[in-house]
Design a protein around this ligand. Sequence first.
Ligand SMILES: Cc1cc2nc3c(=O)[nH]c(=O)nc-3n(C[C@H](O)[C@H](O)[C@H](O)COP(=O)(O)OP(=O)(O)OC[C@H]3O[C@@H](n4cnc5c(N)ncnc54)[C@H](O)[C@@H]3O)c2cc1C
Length: 396
Amino acid sequence: MKNVVIIGGGIIGNFIAYYLSGRDINITVIDDQPSMLPASYGNCGLITPSHIMPLNRWSYIFQGLKWLGNKQAPLRIKPQPDTAFLSWFIAFTLYSNAFSRNKAANKRHRLLTGSWELYKHFFEDEQVNCNWKSEGVLYACSSEKGFKSLAEEAAFLDKFRLSNEVLSKNELLQLESSLTDRVIGGAIFSIDGWLNPSELIDNLQKVNARKGISYLQEYVLDFNTSERKIEHLETDAGKMDVCQVVIANGAKSPLLAKKLGIHLPIIPGKGYNITYHKKLENQPQRPVYMVEKKVVATPWESGFRLGSTMEFSGYDLKLDELRLSALKEASATYLKTDLKNEKYTPWAGWRPMTSNELPIIKTSKKYHNLIFATGHGMLGLSMAPMTGYIVNEMLQ
Ligand SMILES: Cc1cc2nc3c(=O)[nH]c(=O)nc-3n(C[C@H](O)[C@H](O)[C@H](O)COP(=O)(O)OP(=O)(O)OC[C@H]3O[C@@H](n4cnc5c(N)ncnc54)[C@H](O)[C@@H]3O)c2cc1C
């Protein structure tokens, strides 16, 4: 029987396995399961069909350059004398024009709305419990400038029928009593939802295991190839025969692709979070995006997470205290949630960032039995089901 090996057991690898299951093939997910859990566990848990606009903007680039020396800024670019980083940065800049942005927005729209529909079916079919709620995400502003740009974005999204509503200060405070008096207005993106990402992935793995998918805790080191075909994987446990390979190992996928002589335009975009493992006093009813600080607060029945920052500093997972405290400081500006004396777990992980903010879901031109499904950047959780669905179609 044909064996399909998926490298990477994050949310992308697991949803690919889910949509492949039921076919007459052997499916194996290989993941080394590092002690610092990957992005699929540590993300903010938002499912956001509204996030169709890519980051490619000159204003974003200038902002990053302005914040070069600011260690608490939500965006940090550490200059690196590395050709992969430099070529990525140049490509990001070249995609920062209206034509490329709108093209990417249309593609992201299809992936995001497709995933939203698939999530609804998934939760109906599998009865997975992970604090899934489709009650919208709140945006809160503390400055006129932030409020103006949010209102512009909301008007743009109207064209795509992505339902949202701009809210005055009073309307916002009526909707969410945990906001402080320092907010001046905001919006609700009622099309968005949220869940607990660790609970989702743990449950998805159980569902997959019931459907006959195998999981191997191994690290893929290299490949043995013949002409246009991958014959074996070399892992830290030995050699493995393969018929079909899917590279879905997130931010590390360019490192594996390099072993095959293939360049993937992906670099790691480091993010941080702090997680409280119990429901806090005055925590918000729904997620709150703090516009100026670019911090997200996500509430669950079992806890509360503050997450943010985009740091381009290579493959480094060091926990920077200044960045972690910036999350709490942002929260104190926008939320009444009492964080004092509460214990939390700090975390850092990498987003797989492509230069045009579109994931790479395609068959390799060099090896006919290789598919890439990676580079989902800031939206891997939101795009995962549709990615799995597409990979299943590609293998028909
Ligand atoms: C702070 C933060 C907040 C975020 N918030 C959101 C959000 O609210 N909504 C949203 O949609 N997205 C969010 N994201 C983005 C999202 O988390 C990622 O896009 C997504 O998790 C990527 O999933 P993945 O499966 O591709 O990669 P990963 O989650 O990184 O999984 C890759 C897996 O591959 C394994 N692996 C790597 N190399 C090898 C190898 N050689 N051999 C074997 N295994 C290997 C790793 O151990 C890992 O388990 C956020 C990210 C961050 C950092």
